[in-house]
Design a binder for this molecule. Sequence first.
Ligand code: AMP
Length: 475
Amino acid sequence: MSFDSLGLSEPLLRAVNELGYSSPTPIQLQAIPAVLKGGDLLAGAQTGTGKTAGFTLPILQRLSQLAPVTGGAKRPVRALILTPTRELAAQVEESVRAYGKYLKLRSTVMFGGVGINPQIEALRRGVDIVVATPGRLLDHMQQKTIDVSKLEILVLDEADRMLDMGFIHEIKRVLARLPEKRQNLLFSATFSDEIKALADGLLDSPALIEVARRNTTAETVEQKIHPVDRDRKRELLTHLIRTNNWFQVLVFTRTKHGANRLAEQLGKDGISALAIHGNKSQSARARALTEFKNQTLQVLVATDIAARGIDIDQLPHVVNFDLPKVPEGYVHRIGRTGRAGAEGEAVSLVCVDEHQLLRDIERLIKGPIPHEVIPGFEPDPNAKPEPIQRRSQGRGQAQGRQAPRNGEARPNGEARRNGEPRRDGGRPSGEARPANGNNGGQPARDGRNNGKPAANPGALLGGRRNAERSSNRGR
Ligand code: AMP
């Protein structure tokens, strides 16, 4: 199957061709015709499936074919794409530009932490497509610097992540300000009850698409558990990287502190590693990401939220240094590897404290993950589990959930610790580009499902029932 048969116009096909895409991915095959038809869409797809082109290409086509209802001289905002993080917003907008290279549509990206004036200028000059994180978008709405009264298409990208990050109120406030009549596209990797409720209120008889059920394990990702004692994880990681000669290793830790410490220790082991998380400046994160992409940096250690939206093709190795506290997080993490059909490897270093988390993950992905004990790293059979939460807090890590103070949030949506200085809107000195300070960002809420049974990941059927039942658009 080629792109030619999907009903896309010549300028879009030319751009896709230049990018070297020979055939559409499964999500693109289904989403492109569905979006071109003009109806609402509920899509189950995660990063790495090609979902961005799945919604961007048909949006560009629709906007270029339908004349804007200007109602004035100014170019109205016609499509709005909301994403959970600034990185993802930037990447999506880059895609909009790349795919729309031969069209005359204009786009812009906006997120918090950076100066608002250039964004206001761009809006004043007129843009057709806005890619934004919810907080900064609301700022513009409140300041009346953005006019969304002519909006035709709304996309909620990675909606599950937006909810995980506590954006539900921002999303509702944004929705309340949009015109009633519009096309809505909701993309989510998982389908919790919250997502279903959101879809129920937002979507009108949506087309339903579910692809690459990575939640039931991606065929292209080889998954493995290495049981190990909690205090020997770093040693085991160094051993694995050295003996297998791994490059481009994305390592997940549960906390920012853990990410820093691990990167430092790997460095001492002679392995080049940097940490990215919400306390790092935007320029530091961009630099780490560039080096990682160029393969001058061997290991990138990231927290879940910081890693969100890292778009690197064919990332060969993902390591869960700590298991995520929410089972769906595992699916998101391993979605970083084995992308677009490439082979990948996801290994998890699991200590006795994490056995319950592992059971939750295996229940979610509906099957056991193969275990392999590495000789020399056999775990102590008499080791007693320690509660993860207490242990982390004891080390002064930001594990707790603090309610955000009004309007407060931390860059990149990660939780601000008590006593930490405010940084939203603050510009860390010496930065080429300031930290996000995504004003709409909320404290991380990655522990919210702890202890609850795993959400049914592929429960589009439930979503379908909800979605079809509803003609009540809760905007
Ligand atoms: P996404 O899931 O949108 O984050 O896309 C994942 C990666 O796949 C991006 O780097 C895209 O450039 C790439 N990609 C998207 N569509 C295709 C395609 N049809 N063929 C090859 N690569 C693609």
